[in-house]
Design a protein around this ligand. Structure first.
Ligand code: ADP
Ligand code: MG
Length: 271
């Protein structure tokens, strides 16, 4: 299969959108697998207590398993809780268990509580400097888990469902990112926007797509992900779309979007 462009240093992407059900987890999983199958060294951090991302990648995540939670509270290093994934030899996953729902409370008493993930990742990169991309699957809420992801990230990767309220949600996210930039992470920016569940036959989807392009011509990826039943089925088999329906339009779209993303990241890190 094709070899993708590689960034010259690790790039951390927080996959975020304050709305739930817009395709954050689906995009994290399938972009990560596409990048890894394209030859990049990829780490996925499941930072949603629901653990949907772990499920979809076929990673066990029952309570008692070392997970993102142990890494955040400092009981384990990220490297220690990270597991290989059958989808690609260069893909590793840091699973989320339900324990993660207690992390916000545990962290709230900590000093520099917004930076625990950033610090854990710095330590990880010291051991694995050849990492190319880290994708952090964020929960929909703007709690300490998401704030930690924003503080650790170079870029926010924003999946957007092309529907009426999409732009309103994007405005909220921009306000949040501005605040994070002011107080926690001056380099944070929206790197890429991906239209998900896109139905090109409806005027609304096309209009919303145009409008997003108007405001974010640099960020909007040229490839939109179509609505596909195969995408919603894949997690129940614990696999990405590349195992479940490798030749379908959904797999092709995620592969194209990941290829675009890899090109951007390679360009952004070339000096
Ligand atoms: P989030 O992480 O933002 O809450 P998910 O990725 O879990 O969103 O997606 C929400 C639901 O929509 C899931 O059931 C998922 O399987 C489904 N879904 C996501 N993307 C698509 C798509 N392109 N086509 C059809 N269903 C999708
Ligand atoms: Mg999710």
């Amino acid at each position: 299969s094709a070899v993708f462009a590689k960034p010259s240093r690790p790039v951390v992407l927080a996959v975020a959108n304050q709305k739930g059900g817009v395709g954050k987890t689906t995009s994290t999983v399938n972009v990560a697998v596409a990048l890894a199958q394209g030859g990049l060294n990829v780490l996925v951090i499941d930072s949603d207590p629901q653990g949907n991302c772990s499920t979809a990648l076929g990673i066990e995540h029952h309570t008692g398993i070392d997970s993102t939670y142990e890494a955040l509270i400092g009981e384990k290093t990220l490297a220690e809780v990270t597991l290989p994934c059958a989808e690609a030899p260069t893909l590793r996953v840091c699973p989320a268990t339900i324990d993660l729902s207690g992390a916000e409370l545990d962290l709230s008493a900590k000093e520099r509580r917004e930076f625990v993930l950033a610090t854990a990742l710095e330590e990880y990169f010291a051991s694995y400097p050849e990492t190319h991309v880290v994708l952090i699957d964020c929960p929909p809420s703007l709690g300490l888990l998401t704030i930690n992801a924003f503080a650790a990230a170079d870029q926010v990767f924003v999946p957007i469902q092309a529907e009426y309220y999409a732009l309103e949600g994007l405005g909220m996210l921009l306000n949040t990112i501005n605040k994070i930039r002011d107080f926690l992470n001056p380099k944070l920016e929206i790197g890429s926007i991906l239209l998900t569940m896109f139905d090109k036959r409806t005027n609304l989807a096309t209009e919303v797509g145009k409008e997003i392009y108007q405001y974010f011509p640099q960020q909007l990826l040229g490839t939109a992900i179509p609505r596909s039943v195969k995408l919603s089925e894949a997690p129940s088999f614990g696999t990405s779309i590349f195992s479940h329906d490798p030749r379908g339009i959904a797999a092709l779209s995620y592969k194209k979007a990941a290829l675009e993303l890899a090109d951007r990241l390679a360009t952004a890190t070339a000096n």
